[in-house]
Design a protein around this ligand. Structure first.
Ligand code: ADP
Ligand code: F6P
Length: 321
């Protein structure tokens, strides 16, 4: 394979630039032509494709977001729209593709392979860590550390004013960001979609904690676990102590990637190009298990069941009271 392309798709994640850089530099090392597709599948369909050189990725390793831009392209589920993408690849003579993104992006990759025989390597890039087949996705570690920074600041104010605060974090239907940030930040309550919670119990526990002299409490709410305003209002009414709502939003999605995400991005990007140049390899998703880079066929990506770390969740609720 002499000519390949790379794109980022879905929500941006810290480390996507480091990953594009790894793909570009590995391809050039093997004397392959490397192209960048702008705005994910949306740009691919429109043929927004440009040649990348080693200098195209200079000074990119530490930058958040994605310099190729990204997009949501709901129309890409349509096989006729996918056909347009394939035509664009053919027009540039591109034989293989690396896609960096989350669950939806890997579904798109599977379709390009199943419907048109395109050789595609999928790299998990999302802050959500919601892909079951891999221990970690590029961007998760940085996002958790950014949330941790917010928790530290929030803690100062909650403690100074004797208040209860609720911080909503992202993760779609996955509670990993909330869990890891909650454990590391010492939040008293972590609400995640994977585990049922009892607001009456939480309210009475907060009330009791005040009676024994503990005057500030922090609740971390994963966005998929419920409505932040309704939860805060309910706890406020039941406990008699008002709950200040904080929504962290996009701030947790940007920022310079940390060491873990940069190294993961480098390992994944390098592996993707190695697989593309190996004629005996098949399209697949790349991941990490027990610190080893692994490959998984696309049809097993969606079948894998995400394991939520209930033990860590239990530990958090023992340590943080
Ligand atoms: P992420 O990749 O982070 O999960 P999305 O769910 O928005 O983000 O998916 C990214 C893009 O992948 C979508 O905008 C769409 O273009 C494509 N995609 C998502 N689901 C499918 C699917 N079932 N079939 C084909 N393409 C899909
Ligand atoms: O997948 C990343 C993510 O930030 C999720 O945590 C969140 O649910 C979603 O994207 C937000 O999507 P949008 O980019 O459309 O605001």
């Amino acid at each position: 394979m002499d000519r390949i392309a790379v794109l980022t798709s879905g929500g941006d994640a810290p480390g996507m630039n480091a990953c594009i850089r790894a793909v570009v530099r590995t391809a050039l090392n093997y004397k392959m032509d490397i192209y960048g597709v702008e705005r994910g599948y949306a740009g691919l369909v429109k043929g927004e494709i440009k040649r990348l050189e080693s200098r195209s990725v200079s000074n990119m390793i530490h930058k958040g977001g994605t310099f190729l831009n990204t997009a949501r392209c709901p129309d890409f589920k349509d096989i006729e729209v996918q056909r347009q993408a394939v035509e664009a690849l053919n027009a540039y003579g591109i034989e293989g593709l690396v896609v960096i993104g989350g669950d939806g992006t890997l579904r798109g990759a599977k379709d390009l392979h199943d419907n048109f025989g395109i050789k595609v390597m999928g790299i998990p890039g999302t802050i959500d860590n919601d892909l079951a087949y891999t221990d970690y996705t590029v961007g998760f570690d940085t996002a958790v550390n950014t949330v941790l920074w917010a928790i530290n600041n929030l803690r100062d104010t909650l403690h100074s004013h004797d208040r209860v605060g609720l911080l909503e974090v992202m993760g779609r239907n996955c509670g990993d960001i909330a869990l890891y940030a909650g454990v590391a930040g010492g939040a008293e309550y972590v609400l995640v979609p994977e585990i049922p919670y009892d607001l009456d119990k939480i309210s009475s526990s907060i009330k009791k904690s005040y009676l024994r002299g503990k005057t500030s409490n922090m609740i971390i709410l994963a966005e998929g676990a419920g409505n932040r305003d309704e939860i805060a209002e309910y706890i406020g009414k039941k406990s008699g102590i008002s709950v200040k709502v904080n929504n962290f939003g996009y701030i947790q999605r940007g920022g310079s990637p940390n060491m873990a995400d940069r190294v993961l991005a480098a390992r994944f990007g390098y592996k993707a190009v190695e697989l593309l140049r190996d004629d005996s390899s098949e399209s697949c998703a790349i991941g990490i298990k027990d610190n080893k880079v692994i490959t998984v066929p696309f049809d097993q990506v969606q079948k894998a069941q995400k394991h939520f770390d209930k033990r860590l969740y239990d530990i958090a609720h023992v340590l943080n009271q």
